[in-house]
Design a protein around this ligand. Structure first.
Ligand code: SF4
Length: 338
């Protein structure tokens, strides 16, 4: 209950409500993470986001997912009885007035509820909490960890140095350095998000991956999705074949695999060389949603009928995927199609 007597509410993705049994909907791929959203109408103005200050889109949306409002007490109870498929909870925090304190309240409250339930029942499950939030002070990151978060997501989103300020606002170097410093201070507990299709080159993606993975920062990859009412509503999505190359490259970093990328004069990735890259490219896990463990974000970027940029489960069509975007696969070399 809030001070004025009204009950606290929170938004949850429609898929999360479905998996918790709070909405009767068909789920072609159930979420393995519960996605909760705090705040609305952001103080920032990212050109691609329906929550942005000047967006005319519905605040019911984040990416292409709908987020109905739900009573917090009801939702907490449902979380305690979440089915086994649910392995994580993620708060997606919109930067509205007082958002850090708001996030701290919800993380602490949920964490307390989860630990009380563990104390009273040995069968209660441990559900780690992630918080995806925009911060500029590593002490706030610490406060969220102290409140009970297991991982913090600090989104870079745009890795194009030229387009960063116009698309996202802020300063590329300052924001990039901040995420790196959080990675150094909180080893293995930071995730970042990168959106492919923001005017960046493959080489810029390679350089960003390299800096992030060097500091043990996990990268959650997204494909740009135009949303009605946003400044980028008419911009194009990245080509699927290009996205596949980027997924492959990210996977090589995540596996700590040494490889040499070859770029053309425009920074486009044409091939990679490295021991065993030809068999690695056939790993189905490359094409699955990346980020915090068990974050599968079903249909954030895609219609259920496809094309699938991120598979929310292990795809059973990996051979077809690989044939579509590679020109030549040898043991130590993978050459990509145009
Ligand atoms: S990768 Fe997934 S769980 Fe982690 S912060 Fe991002 S959306 Fe949340």
């Amino acid at each position: 209950m809030k001070k004025d007597g009204t009950r606290k509410t929170i938004r949850a993705s429609i898929g999360s409500l479905g998996v918790l049994g709070l909405r009767n909907i068909k789920l072609p791929a159930p979420p393995t993470t519960l996605y909760l959203m705090l705040g609305e109408k952001c103080m920032f103005d990212c050109a691609y986001c329906p929550q942005a200050r000047t967006s005319h889109g519905s605040t019911n949306f984040l990416s292409r997912v709908i987020w109905p409002k739900t009573d917090w007490g009801l939702l907490k109870n449902a979380v305690l009885n979440a089915p086994k498929i649910v392995k994580r909870i993620c708060f997606q925090v919109v930067s509205s007035k007082g958002y850090v304190e708001e996030a701290l309240f919800f993380v602490q409250d949920l964490s307390k509820t989860l630990s009380e339930s563990r104390e009273s029942s040995t069968n209660a499950r441990v559900l780690p909490i992630s918080v995806s939030i925009r911060l500029s002070d590593t002490n706030d990151v610490k406060r969220l960890f102290d409140a009970g978060a297991e991982r913090i997501g600090l989104a870079m989103d745009v890795v194009s140095r030229n387009n960063y300020t116009s698309i996202r606002g802020g300063d590329f170097d300052r924001d990039f350095r901040f995420i790196l410093s959080a990675g150094e201070r909180f080893k293995g507990r930071i995730t970042t998000h990168i959106i492919v299709g923001m005017g960046e080159t493959d080489e810029e993606l390679f350089n960003a991956f390299s800096e992030f993975y060097k500091r043990d920062i996990t990268v959650g990859l997204f494909a740009f999705t135009p949303i009605k009412g946003t400044r980028m509503e008419n911009a194009k999505r990245p080509l699927l074949n290009r996205y596949r190359k980027v997924q492959f490259m990210r996977y090589l970093f995540s596996m700590n695999k040494e490889f040499v990328p070859h770029f053309d004069e425009n920074g486009k990735l044409v091939s990679v060389e490295g021991k065993g890259v030809g068999s690695i490219v056939k790993s189905s896990a490359i094409y699955v949603t990346s980020g915090c463990p068990n974050c599968n974000r079903p249909y954030y970027n895609e219609e259920p009928l496809g094309p699938m940029f991120n598979y929310p489960f292990i795809p059973d069509e990996t051979e077809r995927i690989v044939n579509e975007f590679t020109e030549r696969v040898r043991h130590n070399e993978v050459v990509f199609k145009e």
